[in-house]
Design a protein around this ligand. Sequence first.
Ligand SMILES: *Cc1c(COP(=O)(O)O)cnc(C)c1O
Length: 395
Amino acid sequence: MLAVSESGFYGNFGGAYIPEMLHPNVEELKNNYLEIIQSPSFQEEFLSLLKDYVGRPTPLYYASRLSEKYNTNVYLKREDLCHTGAHKVNNTIGQILLAKRLGKKRIIAETGAGQHGVATATICALMGLECEVFMGKIDVARQKPNVERMKMLGAKVIEAVSGSQTLKDATNDAMRDWINNPVDTYYVIGSVVGPHPYPDMVARFQAVISEEIKKQLAEKTGKENPDYILACVGGGSNAAGAFYHFAENSEVKLIGLEAAGKGVDTGESAATTLLGKEGVLHGSRSLVMQTPDGQVVEPYSISAGLDYPGIGPVHAYLFASGRGKYFPVTDEEAMEAGLQLSRLEGIIPAIESSHALAYLEKLNAKPEEVVVVNLSGRGDKDLATYIKWIEDHKS
Ligand SMILES: *Cc1c(COP(=O)(O)O)cnc(C)c1O
């Protein structure tokens, strides 16, 4: 387990650094979330939706051709097979069920690439709740298909037109909306970021990933613990979910892969553990990519889901304590790994997930060892990027 303190800290990281006006909303959540989500009736409804709506448990697949290539045993946790194509839906189901039990009628969310917006709009449609998604104007323009999806699912997409018109500004607008509508509105955050209790709550909802891995590995190998778990880290929710039930077992090496973009020294990356400094972002203290005077740096990655200038406080803690290891993976390494998985296993991964796969090249696992790679999502959304990459790299 990745335990958070009463006040929401993992070591030095976490907490709730929020404007005074947001306190009542966050307090309400903090005072109620554990009791609600641990209640038998919540668990029953949550697990039943994960099973029949999302399609859980997702398979743990022994990738034999990939294993042969790296002379070890590689298992893929198939979050790409979740309804909506990624792990994000595990969390949106959890939070929206919680919102309903808190008596909320209206759901808001922020989204960058649109993946979290789509997962939120999906569950609002399922539950008949009003849904408004804040998205930077520039992101609306460059993520058209996800904007259309959200609208088709009945959500309203609200353009954030201030600042750089991207995720940061959408987040600010969502916070402002929440301050103005404290009674009837619930704010769904899409990763293990934001003020306490969000990081802990999201980690708990995603922990179903490691719970399943344990059972499935025991069935397949007779041992519930792998030697390594690899997962990509944007904000860090799929990684937190994949690490969760292994964190206290030091034999299991936890490895997070961050986007190095065009290279960690190029100024175009999102390699937060390598380049970030302590600071406050989106309401919690963590590692943040920033200038010496504390301006948040615009991140870059070829994968929209990893294009984030911070990491969740739980990862800052795992990194600082040495319990987790974090490595940068470039666009090029990720794209090659994604193309390789497509050809070797017939699985086209999300480019985010390709970052985790790419690290197999450097891991040097032994023939008898077991490596689990969390395949956070499928690549359908990324086809245009893969196709362009192939065109541009024809020799
Ligand atoms: C959003 C996303 C990510 C990154 O988010 P985390 O919170 O770090 O998991 C990774 N993979 C996919 C497929 C995503 O959609």
